[in-house]
Ligand binder design. Structure first.
Ligand code: ADP
Ligand code: 5GP
Length: 194
């Protein structure tokens, strides 16, 4: 496998990973997003192959059996998410660094697989209450799905000090600037002004 870098963003749902990762992908052309596979249905505006590979449960299971995943988790009951080996290979072969948006257990596993060339950043909300409010205001989840995500958040928040860096996402502009600095340093960009 070529010697590229892996940048892992992890946090509970609603903390702001997607917002931060999208910003970084726009800022740094050296980064490419690892599109995960999932069996959850697409949200309005999400595209297959860009946001996720949206698979049926049967197809997801087939790909587990085929050994296609570097890691996968049943993040919520009946909802699977996984990182495809082929995504990492494709991006590293292109000479770019890989960016992941992944929950805490998957992030822990990726760190174990790639201890020498990865950086894991935990995106922390200012408080659990703010996290829940953001999740509600995003208006993407059913009442059931919201409940499940909030129930899982407590355990996920306990991972705050388990990774390389903590990025507090309170004021968004401040968080984006800090994210740029962390990433610029990691991928070796001297001047982030371009
Ligand atoms: P995640 O990918 O971690 O689930 P999102 O990036 O979807 O989180 O963010 C959750 C919601 O919070 C979105 O509606 C997003 O626009 C909003 N959001 C993200 N960061 C901030 C912030 N610093 N202040 C206020 N709202 C934010
Ligand atoms: P969402 O449904 O909000 O897009 O994602 C739910 C959770 O699954 C988020 O915390 C997200 O980071 C995580 N996730 C997305 N892709 C993967 C993956 O490939 N593996 C793992 N373990 N988690 C993922």
């Amino acid at each position: 496998m070529p010697h590229g870098k892996l940048l892992i963003f992890t946090a509970p749902s609603g903390a702001g990973k997607t917002t931060i990762v999208r910003h970084l992908l726009g800022k740094y052309g050296q980064l490419s997003f690892s599109v995960s596979a999932t069996n959850r249905p697409p949200r309005p505006g999400e595209e297959d192959g860009r946001d996720y590979y949206f698979l049926s449960t049967e197809e997801f299971e087939r790909r587990i059996t085929a050994g296609d995943f570097v890691e996968y988790e049943e993040v919520y009951p009946g909802r699977f998410y996984g990182t495809l080996r082929s995504e990492i290979d494709r991006i590293l072969a292109s000479g770019r660094s890989v960016v992941f948006d992944i929950e805490v257990k998957g992030a822990t596993n990726l760190k174990k697989f790639f201890p020498d060339n990865s950086l894991a950043v935990f995106v922390a909300p200012p408080s659990p209450e703010v996290l829940f409010q953001r999740l509600r205001d995003r208006n993407t989840e059913s009442e059931d799905s919201l409940r499940v995500r909030i129930a899982r958040a407590g355990e996920e928040l306990s991972y705050v000090n388990s990774f390389d860096r903590v990025l507090v996402n309170d004021d968004l502009a401040t968080a984006l600037a800090e994210a740029e600095a962390i990433v610029g340093e990691f991928i070796g960009v001297m001047d982030a002004g371009e």
